[in-house]
Design a protein around this ligand. Structure first.
Ligand SMILES: Cc1ncc(C[n+]2csc(CCOP(=O)(O)OP(=O)(O)O)c2C)c(N)n1
Length: 629
């Protein structure tokens, strides 16, 4: 039972509360959020830190008429909880529940969808300009973290916003943390602002002393007069020089500071930025102490903070990647690792720990990560750039223009390829196969287990050039021994027959070779049919020898891939058969032509027929049809 939260069904319900009452509400939201996430995991740390600023914004702005645009959206749980989704939040990130991120179709309070980083400034600027042009003049606020602010897209938004007349408030939520430690020049700059507190103390004092009517003129005078003497220790010059008025930094976990400051800044027009400091994990001691672990902690005990141990059936693909990269780096002094702010998520932190000079965390900069890798390759290094498949969508042009066109030897490891589970539609890595299949010089491979991931990385290191893409799923591999097994080069474009059979040939990419073998064994046992199974290993180059054998020796083909059916392996095999004059029945199993929403990864796969049962069913139907012919 919560004193205030139980009766908050709409932000209107908080607008009559006093600041003291709002403070109690904030601690109730924290408690509720923590208890919900303990049972039903989510992005806890960021959301705990952003409670006060979210409450203050809904308190002061006329939402949903006024718009709050969240960056990434993983910090928006308080927003969901006070905008009519308190009960529904218990089923956050589940199929029949809420999306883990803001989503326009979910609520009128979700002004813009998110999931990928650094979109908020651009989207909010668009909303603000639309309001200006329509004359509706609603207010627009973007809430962006210091990690997200490091991205190129955020800079593009700032560049455009600074030159606009839009009524846009950007709140920079600086908690000195990305998922891992925040790094880079922007991060250092924000630290400098914070330590250059003298300027800001003076600025804030003047701000507090002057009457609201004269604020704008006085501030301009102030900035003009004082900047020349304090320019080197001053705060926000970068933003001011770009054309945005800078305010702060203030304590973003303190409603006593947030409410009066935002009240005043809200009245000003034009693009402006308020820099707030918050504590990631605020109010929950274990999360405050270890913000990286508590970014997304899994299940835990809300009383003790003890996390439920993960039970892994086999090593995770990401760990095999991390260990193999260290091994390769020890063997070859040209090997370097590049991550756009996902060191722990990709397990590249193993390289960072053992060989820090060979490790580059470039910030949330997928485009830069790829072109930087291309530069390293042009300079004689052998870069392994690891990007989650979904975030690699950001670097499509860089992969084509900077890597493929120049035929540079960059190994691109796409982690979290395929359906990813609870993060849902924004994070599924399902577009990569079709996206890169048409790119000359590209190699596209998918390991079926930990040993083939290790060997593909080794083969990538020895490839001639062009982007060498290795895409592998989120989660555990197959439990195949790999650690002390010597490296073996896998010839580019060479698949492998992994089960003899007849009638139907199942052509797979990735671990689905194992699911297909299981289905084939069951089909044979049940007397339905006995398909052959091939692990294609490469989508590009495609193994023409296998396809030729299949065309000649089988009556039907089933393709299996954890990616969009349109344009991936199904498309490639169909095109190959057609252009080589083969008339053969081909059925594709893959991700259908729609966005797959949040769910358990196994359920998402099962819905797409991407498991042994699905493959069994498909082959069963085909066997039935063939028997009728
Ligand atoms: C394009 C893209 N790359 C990477 C990510 C993964 N990611 C999610 S949150 C996050 C860190 C964000 O840090 P910050 O903006 O400071 O927010 P905080 O979690 O600290 O509140 C990253 C790298 C993403 N969501 N989108």
């Amino acid at each position: 039972m919560y004193r205030f939260l139980d009766s908050i069904n709409d932000p209107k319900d908080i607008r009559s509360l006093s600041v003291e009452e709002l403070k109690v509400l904030c601690s109730e939201i924290r408690d509720y959020m923590t208890r919900c996430c303990a049972r039903n995991p989510g992005h806890l740390g960021s959301s705990l830190g952003a409670v006060e600023v979210i409450v203050a914004l809904h308190y002061l702005y006329d939402t949903p008429n006024d718009k709050i645009v969240f960056d990434v959206g993983h910090q928006a749980y308080a927003h969901k909880i006070i905008t009519g989704r308190r009960e529904a939040f218990k089923a956050n990130r589940t199929r029949d529940g809420l999306s883990g991120f803001p989503k326009i179709s979910e609520s009128p309070y979700d002004a813009f969808g998110a999931g990928h980083s650094s979109t908020s400034i651009s989207a909010a600027l668009g909303l603000a300009e639309a309001a200006r042009m329509k004359g509706t003049n609603e207010k627009v606020v973007a809430l962006i973290g210091d990690g997200a602010m490091t991205s190129g897209m955020a800079f593009e938004g700032l560049n455009n916003a600074g030159d606009s007349k839009a009524d846009l408030l950007i709140i920079l939520n600086d908690n000195d943390q990305s998922i891992d430690r925040n790094l880079g020049g922007m991060h250092n700059y924000l630290l400098k602002i914070t330590s250059g507190a003298t300027y800001n103390r003076i600025k804030n004092r003047i701000w507090n002393d002057i009457g609201e009517g004269r604020v704008r003129d006085a501030l301009q005078d102030f900035t003009r007069n004082i900047k020349s003497s304090l320019v080197h220790s001053s705060g926000g010059d970068l933003f001011e020089d770009l054309g945005l008025r800078y305010f702060g930094p203030i304590d973003g976990n303190d409603l006593e500071q947030l409410i009066p400051t935002i009240t005043r800044i809200k009245k000003l027009g034009g693009p402006r930025i308020l820099h707030i400091h918050t504590l990631k994990g605020k109010g929950f001691a274990p999360a405050e102490k270890d913000p990286a672990t508590w970014h997304a902690p899994g299940k835990f005990n809300p009383e003790t903070g003890e996390r439920e141990p993960h039970s892994y059936s086999a090593p995770r693909y990401q760990d095999v990647f991390g260990q193999t990269l260290v091994e390769l780096a020890k063997m070859d002094s040209r090997v370097v690792g590049i991550t756009p702010a996902m060191a722990s998520g990709s397990s590249m932190n193993l390289l960072a720990e053992q060989m820090p000079e060979r490790f580059f965390d470039v910030g949330i900069e997928e485009e830069h990560a790829v072109t930087f890798s291309a530069g390293l390759a042009a300079g004689g290094m052998r870069p392994f750039c690891n990007i989650y498949s979904s975030f690699a969508q950001r670097s499509y042009d860089q992969i084509i223009h900077d890597v493929a066109l120049q035929n540079l030897p960059v190994v691109l490891c796409f982690d979290r390829a395929g359906l990813v589970g609870e993060d849902g539609a924004t994070h599924n890595g399902v577009f990569d196969l079709s996206a890169y299949r048409s790119v000359p010089n590209a190699t596209i491979s998918a390991p079926r287990d930990e040993l083939s991931l290790k060997n593909l990385m080794y083969s990538g290191l020895h490839s001639e050039g062009g982007p060498y893409i290795i895409r592998y799923p989120r989660g555990c591999a197959e439990g195949v021994p790999y650690k002390d097994v010597p490296f073996e080069e896998i010839p580019s474009g060479k698949g492998e027959k992994v089960r003899e059979g007849s009638g139907i040939a199942i052509l797979c990419l990735g671990p689905f070779a194992y699911r297909a073998m299981e289905a084939a064994e069951r089909l044979q046992k049940d007397g339905v049919c006995s398909p052959a199974v091939y692990d294609m290993r490469f989508l590009r180059p495609l193994d023409g020898e296998i396809l030729s054998d299949v065309a000649k020796g089988f009556k039907a083909v089933v393709t299996v891939e954890d990616g969009m059916l349109k344009g991936g392996l199904f498309g490639a095999v169909t095109e190959w058969m057609a252009s080589n004059g083969h008339l053969i029945y081909i059925k594709g199993i893959g991700v259908p032509d729609e966005f797959t929403i949040q769910d358990r990864q196994a359920s998402q796969r099962a819905s797409a027929g991407l498991d042994a049962d699905g493959i069994y069913r498909t082959c069963g139907h085909i066997a039935q049809k063939l028997s009728e012919i």
